[in-house]
Design a protein. Sequence first.
Length: 473
Amino acid sequence: MKKFSRRQLLRGAGGVTLALPSLELFESKASAATKPSYAVFIVACNGVVQDLGSEPELFWPSKTGALTTASLEAEAGTRATALLSRHANNLLMVRGVNQAFLTPKACSHTWGDNQSLTATPGSEDKDGPASSLAQGESIDNRIARENNPSGRGPLTLHAGANSAGGKGYGNPGYVSYKGPLQPNSPDSSPWVAYTRMVGLTPANAGLAKLVATRRKSVNDFVRVQIKRLESRKDLGMEDRRRLDAHFSAVRDLEIGLSATLAPAAVKAMQDLDVADASQRKKSQMDENRDAAVRLNMDLIAFAFASDFTRSATLKIGDNNDGMRFVLDGVQLPSFHMISHRVLSDGNDGPAIPNAVEIHARIVRLLMGQFGYLADKLSASATADGSLLDRGFALWTNQIANGAHDGRNMPYVIVGNANGRLKTGQFLDAGGVPHNQLLNSLLGAAEVRKAGGAPVDDFGQAGLAKGLIPRILS
């Protein structure tokens, strides 16, 4: 029987394509021995509430060492990271890692975005405020460039008010870069990202309309090919289970998208340059932020399960996050203002009562979203374990706290990357620059220098080389 590539696509009417999940049928014993790793990087805004000398510790566990479900649950009322207790054995928390470039030469939020995944400084703001761009490639792009068999770039997603191409404080806060001053343009609409993934491009607008308005699944467009695959005599019971779960996930994803974004909004979703806020697509409105984040996380799990890509980024918020959260039925001031503790986007203004506690509650909401992604990856089975076993997801922030500090950046990782990461622990790295963490994660993602040596020099030339050995197996 002819062997298939594990990256084979089913192709149906109008050029619609559907990637297939990891199946034992599609992998020889030799190729199965090389297990692809998957990496996703989540970057949030406005820092966390932690003790850097002036505020209480409401983020990290109270002590370093082994992480257990019980130890985390014991601090569920006071520490945001405790919300991930169900994944304790697969968690790796690393404090004591500082931004490699601690002195901002542009907007502090943009400066943090620029270096978060590149370990390079930003350029000067030459095209208005917050126009600085990173001066190097980002880790997600490096992983995709070296590991994606198709040569496809990373999946780059964004949940916020702004669209790619926005200027100044209207930019989406780029974190993924293909090279110096070259950001990967993020998809701010889960629908646009999904239709691109499955081949419903603008050239197939009629098919996209069918899916949007009739909830006709992409599965239906490739039904003949699905039946042909399912009729194969060499398709084992476990492969049949994975196929059924995969096709169900496709339909569930589409139903979720359709329920969140009404057919009338589809055209607006595809318009990346809507200027009038009243016409902004639903995925960019505050009231739909949580749904947009979770749909983007669904897309990431789907992209990994089908091996569409082996790296992804999701930026939550823009260059800074001005979202107005609703807590206890009350709409709050801008999150950016809350992070500064005053009713201003600067340092001066009337104090916001209980701003520290409000900020901590918002971070808990963000940790809940990250837990949702961990759940999705844990539930996604491959021939060699779950996607959490095959890769890792990292949650970080553009800054360490609301005061724009770059010390002790928050790094929370879930997933052991085929056993390459030592999970189930919280450690202090002792104040190392964050390029050393990125070096270590490149190794976990199976990226090496030419000749096979570990990458120890990612980021700006001249930074201290090295890894963080205690996080690696």
